[in-house]
Design a protein around this ligand. Structure first.
Ligand code: PEP
Ligand code: MG
Length: 580
């Protein structure tokens, strides 16, 4: 028996026979060319890019037929990378100045991209290099005349192991034969991992060299919960993993059966439970887990790793696919929340002494009104297709809301002038994440249609604890009395003005906090889709009346440790009560 550790990329446990699939990269030779051949090589490059584009369009149409539209976003991403002028200009420049063949030049461009991506701090964005690699690999294959390799025949109960496994490969697998995926590269936030989770396929990634160490047909267990792969398990390990698998599947099965149940307390009080998403592929998962729409769509992803801001049309296309993924439920689109730790190309974090207090979020958007209006027009245009809400991040006072709203009005006028449709009653909300906004909540509430509390930042700024500093994590306390008092004040201000109070920070996804948030009067919670069913389960066991008493009880304590102890004892009592 051998055990390998990797990254737990998609949960679940599977047992089967290993099938190693070679998705190896084309071998690329770089060689010198004479000056007269530059034109020819540049034309070959352009032709290969065009052929790849056609290939991707065809793949997209094929997958849409077999798998529906849900998971096609990655192909859109690949088409966008392919359409980026820099790919062709940088590569053509290398052909010309280095006098090298097109394949060698393309490899150099990829090398350059790899260096740039490796410097990105955010792991999600760093892993986007895998999309660039997949696209360039396709172009190289097209230049060498190799066809896009379909996945080999799949039979029996197999577990696929591959050096890399692209999202397109993922969509070609036959779910009745393939039980899990193991890869040597990739991580939790790669598109392949996102798709594995969306398709409910256990996956362990990042086990360096595993395909070279094992033979086809060997018995393996993939534990996507702990990120381990067990090869040739002994009887005892097999039995232990089997009961772990059964337990996990039983809980998931039971929870999924509740996906259609309304998010309502035992005494009939309903609450909206919605999903937080960053890319359109996540929309389907929100619905599968019973979410009634999206409470926070972080649009930052679309703006990163590029020297130009996405134009209005590109934004519209992406927002539209998000809207279609969750229709007919509402989609809450947050305007660009960049800066701080979420840097755009060309932003230099070291240029600010204190980036968390620097030019970020709404401040950044207001500093570039033309770009901001492009985003607002794209959001407004998608509002013509279904219910959309606009949300401004990191509002600290009235001027910011008023300026943002004035720019929204200007954007509406511009759309009117061109006869473009939008929902004229589109709802506007602000995120409450800065203590000043808590203090001014009663005034802000008169300006907007809803509040959404960003507790990740609100806790950071209220307690002066850097949310990403691991050494301070014990001081990052959602139940800190100062935080709870702020939450109470926000809800009171919202309800005083007759608008709903929503909460979309991580706090919303922890079932422990549900009775407090319900009891304080929140109308909507938005969270990662994986948390929706567990939070709803607790909600359905509560009564509003009891939750209000629990929330009130929290204010009798003066430290977060005391509040937590109290809360845990109350939740245990509540469960017992519901069993009775
Ligand atoms: C928050 O601050 O709680 C929030 C939801 O926004 P983000 O995590 O994107 O800053
Ligand atoms: Mg925030």
């Amino acid at each position: 028996m051998r055990i390998f550790s990797g990254i737990a990329a998609s949960p679940g446990i599977a047992m089967g026979r290993l099938r190693i699939i070679d998705r190896s990269r084309s071998a690329v030779l770089e060689f010198q060319i004479p000056t007269e051949a530059v034109c020819h090589e540049t034309a070959r490059l352009a032709q290969a890019i065009e052929n790849t584009r056609i290939e991707l369009e065809q793949l997209k149409a094929r997958l849409a037929e077999t798998n529906g539209e849900d998971h096609l976003f990655f192909i859109e991403t690949h088409l966008m990378i392919l359409a980026d002028d820099r790919l062709i200009t940088e590569t053509s420049e290398s052909i010309k100045t280095g006098l090298i063949n097109a394949e060698g030049a393309l490899r150099r461009t990829l090398h350059h991209y790899r260096e740039k991506f490796a410097r990105i701090d955010d792991p999600y964005l760093r892993e986007r290099i895998s999309d660039v690699e997949t696209v360039i690999e396709r172009v190289l294959r097209s230049m060498s005349g190799e066809a896009d390799e379909p996945l080999p025949e799949q039979e029996g109960q197999i577990i696929i192991a591959a050096h890399d496994f692209s999202p397109a490969d993922m969509l070609q697998i036959n779910r009745s034969h393939v039980l899990a995926i193991i890869t040597e590269i990739g991580g939790r936030t790669s598109h392949t991992a996102i798709l594995a989770r969306a398709l409910d396929l256990p996956a362990v990634m990042g086990i360096d060299g595993i395909t070279g160490l094992l033979l086809d047909g060997v018995a393996v267990i993939v534990d996507g919960l702990s990120g381990t792969v067990i090869v040739d398990p002994d009887q005892e390990t097999f039995q232990a993993l089997l009961s772990r698998k059964q337990h996990y599947e039983y809980i998931e099965y039971e929870l999924l059966k509740t996906a259609h149940l309304p998010a309502v307390t035992r005494d009939g009080h309903s609450m909206h439970l919605r999903g937080n998403v960053e890319i359109p592929e996540e929309g389907a998962s929100v619905l599968v887990h019973g979410g009634s729409g999206v409470g926070l769509y972080r649009t930052e992803m679309l703006f990163m790793n590029r020297t130009f801001m996405p134009d209005e049309e590109e934004q519209l296309a992406v927002y539209r696919s998000m809207q279609q993924a969750i229709a007919p439920h509402p989609l809450t689109i947050r305007t660009l929340d960049a800066g701080g730790d979420k840097l755009l190309e060309g932003m230099d974090q070291s240029a600010e002494t204190n980036p968390a207090l620097g030019v970020r979020a709404i401040r950044l958007s207001l500093s570039m009104p033309d770009e901001f209006k492009k985003q607002l027009r794209a959001i407004l245009r998608v509002s013509a297709d279904g219910p959309v809400r606009i949300m401004f991040p990191m509002i600290s006072g009235m001027e910011e809301v008023r300026t943002a709203k004035a720019l929204l009005e200007e954007s509406k006028r511009e759309l009117n002038a061109s006869g473009t449709l939008y929902d004229s009653a589109v709802q506007i909300g602000v995120m409450i994440e800065i203590p000043a906004a808590v203090t001014l909540a009663d005034l802000l509430a008169r300006e907007v249609d809803f509040f959404s509390v960003g507790t990740n930042d609100l806790i950071q700024y209220t307690l002066a604890i850097d949310r990403s500093n691991e050494q301070l994590s014990h001081l990052y306390q959602p139940l800190h009395p100062a935080v709870l008092r702020s939450l109470r004040r926000i809800v009171q201000a919202a309800h005083g003005a007759g608008i709903p109070a929503c909460l979309c920070g991580e706090m919303a996804g922890d079932p422990l906090y549900l009775p407090v948030l319900l009891g304080l009067g929140f109308d909507e919670l938005s969270m990662g889709s994986g948390s929706l069913l567990r939070v709803k389960q607790i909600l359905r066991r509560c009564t509003l009346e009891r939750a209000a008493r629990i929330a009130e009880g929290c204010f009798a304590f003066s430290t977060s440790a005391e509040v937590e102890m109290y809360l845990k004892s109350q939740i245990t009592m509540d469960v017992t009560e519901s069993i009775d």
